[in-house]
Ligand binder design. Structure first.
Ligand SMILES: NC(=O)C1=CN([C@@H]2O[C@H](COP(=O)(O)OP(=O)(O)OC[C@H]3O[C@@H](n4cnc5c(N)ncnc54)[C@H](OP(=O)(O)O)[C@@H]3O)[C@@H](O)[C@H]2O)C=CC1
Ligand SMILES: CC(=O)N[C@@H](CCC(=O)OP(=O)(O)O)C(=O)O
Length: 337
């Protein structure tokens, strides 16, 4: 049995983690954390878990977590994650961090985009970025995995095959991305009140969204050249799902079938990326760990479409993909949903 703990158990990503991990008979969830001091039962917080998991959500210290668990999923907001992860690792607990705290390479870039000094800077640059479609071989031996952001996974999976094959210019790539409201988490905020976001759509974080440097850094590694994207996220009135519509400039003349073949060969043997002929639809990936990708032309302009479920392939699903690789399970365990 592999014993796992989930931190931030009252959140949306944690609920998806629990549901997926309950599908693996070799995993035992041994600890759930919350800052709530009255240790509510997980069924009180997530009633859909009634009869499926019998655990309280406790305000546990990292030492208490690592006494019980071999692995911890850290489903906390950024900054809160880096406050506990060094202690978990020091106590021998392996960690998948769903927050952004260990994704970037440079503490100065973190500080610029997150407006917070990084308190564990020596781990930046050496922490494995957990996108198994790109770096599966680095994941099994890692003690800490930085799980990617939801918009970033959508965008990176859509653009990586083109950059790896030098088919597009590395700068000026326009990413127009739309997310469901669960992307903002379960903590109440004005912008995500029903009466604010229902029947309405708006861009936000224009030029300032913190996923921009993450997309640039990862795609620069893939490309070997400095990649710069123009990334604009939108909040859309749906519960879950992300669609990224992307406009790169081709470096040479190439037709749609040739491009789709590049994608098929890049993602051959990758169980959770589906290169499809039709335009991706968020409903087709909602509740699954799939990322659907396709391309179209409008005149000479190539347009790439990528869709996934922000809570699954964009968060909990890829986190379990990473955990499966770290713990020696098949990559797809619990994830064919
Ligand atoms: N939602 C999404 O689509 C995605 C989320 N992520 C990332 O995953 C992580 C979890 O996201 P999500 O589940 O949506 O977030 P939620 O806000 O739904 O849940 C996070 C939980 O963490 C706990 N928490 C909040 N603040 C603190 C704090 N300062 N210290 C300790 N615990 C805290 C809260 O539980 P309590 O109040 O009970 O302590 C809260 O329920 C975040 O880092 C997020 O950025 C990544 C990709 C996609
Ligand atoms: C709709 C919405 O608000 N989405 C979130 C992205 C969620 C995510 O992936 O955040 P991390 O990178 O912090 O893990 C946002 O734009 O901030």
């Amino acid at each position: 049995m592999t014993k796992v703990a989930i931190m931030g158990a009252s959140g949306y990503a944690a609920l998806e983690l629990i549901k997926i991990l309950l599908r693996n008979p070799e995993v035992e969830i041994v600890a759930l954390t919350s800052r709530q001091t009255d240790a509510p039962h997980i069924n009180e917080i997530h009633p859909c878990l009634e009869g499926r998991l019998d655990l309280p959500c406790e305000a546990l210290t990292p030492a208490q977590i690592s006494e019980r668990a071999d692995f911890a999923f850290c489903a906390l907001p950024h900054v809160a994650s880096m406050e506990v992860i060094p202690d978990l690792l020091a106590d021998g607990c392996r960690v998948v961090d769903l927050s952004a705290d260990y994704r970037l390479n440079d503490p100065a870039i973190y500080e610029k985009w997150y407006h917070h000094v990084h308190t564990d800077p020596t781990r930046l640059g050496s922490t494995v970025y957990g996108l198994p479609e790109l770096w599966a071989e680095k994941i099994p031996p890692a003690d800490l995995i930085a799980n990617p952001g939801c918009y970033t996974s959508t965008s990176i999976l859509g653009l990586a095959p083109l950059l790896a094959n030098n088919l597009i210019e590395p700068t000026g790539i326009i990413i127009d991305a739309k997310s469901g409201v669960s992307g903002a988490g379960r903590n109440p905020k004005l912008a995500t009140l029903y009466s604010e976001c229902n029947e309405s759509i708006t861009a936000y974080g224009v030029g300032t969204h913190r996923h921009t440097p993450e997309i640039d850094e990862v795609l620069s590694t893939v490309s070997g050249k400095e990649v710069q994207v123009v990334f604009t996220p939108h909040l859309t009135p749906m519960n879950r799902g992300i669609l990224a519509t992307m406009y790169p400039r081709l470096t040479s003349e190439v037709n749609r079938d040739e491009i789709l073949n590049v994608y098929r060969s890049f993602y051959a043997g990758k169980p959770f990326v589906r290169v499809i002929d039709r335009i991706p639809v968020t409903k087709d990936v909602a509740g699954t760990n799939y990322c659907d990708i396709s391309v179209q032309f409008s005149g000479d302009q190539l347009i790439v479409f990528s869709a996934l479920d922000n809570l699954i392939k964009g968060a909990a699903g890829v986190a379990v993909q990473n955990f499966n690789l770290m713990a020696g399970y098949s990559e797809t365990t619990g994830l064919i949903i």
